[in-house]
Design a protein. Structure first.
Length: 489
């Protein structure tokens, strides 16, 4: 992890690194210069005609409104890409599951894309949060921020990239001790100004068999905004107001629906819900223009145990956010007790959610996206396990929507815990497991036609022999094996 930023007084803080050239853009007839070459992002008005800035971000379509592959939905037996277990029903018979291409544009499989994207976003941010908390003794918090730039334009050819860079600058400007996060581009909002455009309305549009042209498109208006999932101490509302007055960029910290609190995201479950929901109607793009990471999150490798917990959390919330039943996408095998014991706190995460393979991680080429480094060595994990055994993390709100954050005491003053304690809860849960704790393998399900090369690689899987026997008894519809194990990414 990079250097932990020092506290600031009602402002932002940045880590050092190579900086981009200044960005000139227009918003609401104002020309603004973003210069991130210093210790802070600075937005300054420029005395130039806005008419010279005519390149606008791409609208196009959104997740799930493209073309299917011919084989999407075709049924055949599947197996788990992690443990190798064939999927069987209660009678031990192989289950026929529809093939999934995992592409954002696919009407059938786009929800799976959103689910897969939510896993690394959630796990990277949660893993980094815990690492920062251990290093400095105080945990940053998760925030859901909407950055609205409906009239954004630039002289650059790639306006989509420029808008992401501006959004990063916005978060640096309004956040206190920002450690990064994920930026998700939404090109549309509901066209009915009199009704709230909430989760249920998007669920009626997405993955529901509706057409884009002449149907869903007619319900929307082009209104470019970025959903930012941010790991930071706070989002300063006074800085948000000042930036809006100067540039016209509206920065809104989305709070919990409970009127009695001004917390944005209470914990990992809220983060997973926000991530999968936002990805469900992100801009349809072939590259990193649908979403991208920024800050230290971009190059952070999530601890494998944290990733396992977050997979379970995402699995538990996608029926709500995506109307998706993960049983046809992820392995349902319950993890045995000895495997659970390798994953501290995983039962706690499961309990938190009773109430209610990763997508390739996208990073941009900005100052925070140098080559990934492997931080998961043995000594790091040993110290992590020791620290986690007695740590107590808290998710606290900073009250920035009622007053400006001025010091560390203010940041920590209004504590709201998400039950993130890692002591007796884990050991007690393990004692009661008796072979399974309601925690799943969650490996990606792969069609049987990929079994040959999967079985030929050098990695040993627990259910390899069972898969080999099941495959030998299965007759491929076209009597032709696929010799390269390369499930669609």
């Amino acid at each position: 992890m990079g250097t932990v930023s020092s506290s600031t007084t009602g402002g932002s803080s940045r880590t050092t690194g190579a900086k981009r050239d200044p960005i000139l853009f227009s918003n609401f007839e104002r020309v603004i210069r973003l210069d991130s070459t210093g210790s802070q992002s600075n937005f300054e008005l420029v005395d130039e005609p806005a008419a010279a800035y005519q390149n606008t971000p791409t609208a196009g379509k959104i997740t799930g409104f493209g073309d299917e592959y011919d084989t999407c939905g075709d049924t055949q037996p599947h197996f788990c890409s992690e443990c190798g277990e064939p999927v069987r029903d209660a009678n031990g018979e192989l289950v026929q599951i529809g093939e999934t291409c995992w592409r954002q544009e696919c009407p059938r499989c786009g929800s799976g894309w959103a689910m897969r994207g939510g896993i690394p976003i959630t796990s990277k941010m949660e893993s980094l949060r815990k690492e920062v908390a251990r290093q400095r003794g105080k945990s940053p918090k998760f925030h859901h921020v909407s950055i609205i730039m409906p009239t954004f334009s630039t002289a650059r050819n790639d306006a989509d990239d420029a808008m992401f860079q501006v959004a990063k600058g916005v978060i640096d400007e309004v956040g206190v001790n920002v450690f990064g996060g994920a930026l998700i581009h939404h090109p549309y909002t509901g066209d009915d100004d009199d009704e709230e455009d909430d989760l249920d309305k998007w669920k009626e549009r997405c993955f529901s068999g509706r057409d884009w042209e002449g149907d869903v498109e007619d319900e929307l208006k082009e209104w470019h905004h970025i959903h930012a999932l941010v790991l930071a101490d706070s989002i300063d509302h006074l800085n948000c107001e000042a930036l809006h007055d100067k540039t016209g960029i509206l920065t809104h910290r989305i709070q919990d629906n409970d009127d009695d609190t001004n917390v944005s995201l209470f914990g990992v479950q809220d983060l997973a819900e926000a991530a999968t929901y936002a990805l469900s109607h992100a801009r349809l793009a072939d590259d990193a223009d649908a979403y991208r990471y920024f800050g230290e999150v971009a190059n952070h490798s999530a601890d494998h145990r944290v990733e396992a917990r977050c997979r379970e959390v995402v699995r538990s919330i996608v029926p709500k956010t995506l109307d998706l039943q993960p049983a046809g996408y992820l392995c349902d095998r319950e993890i045995e007790r000895e495997e659970v014991d390798k994953l501290p706190s995983i039962q706690r995460y499961q309990n938190d959610n009773d109430d209610n393979d990763d997508q390739d991680e996208q990073t941009d080429d900005s100052e925070d996206a140098s080559e990934d480094t492997d931080t998961d060595n043995e000594s790091t994990q040993e110290s992590t396990e020791a620290a986690e055994s007695d740590e107590q993390d808290t998710e606290s709100d900073d009250g920035e929507d009622t007053q400006s954050t001025t010091d560390d005491d203010t940041v920590e003053s209004d504590e709201n815990t998400d039950g993130d304690t890692e002591d007796s809860t884990d050991s007690d849960a393990s004692k009661d497991c008796n072979g399974g704790c309601g925690v799943h393998c969650n490996g990606r399900l792969v069609p049987f036609e990929y079994a040959p090369s999967f079985l030929d690689d050098e990695q040993e899987r627990e259910y390899e022999d069972e898969l080999r026997a099941a495959y030998d008894e299965w007759s491929s519809p076209d009597n032709q094996d696929i010799t390269s194990f390369a499930p669609p990414e």
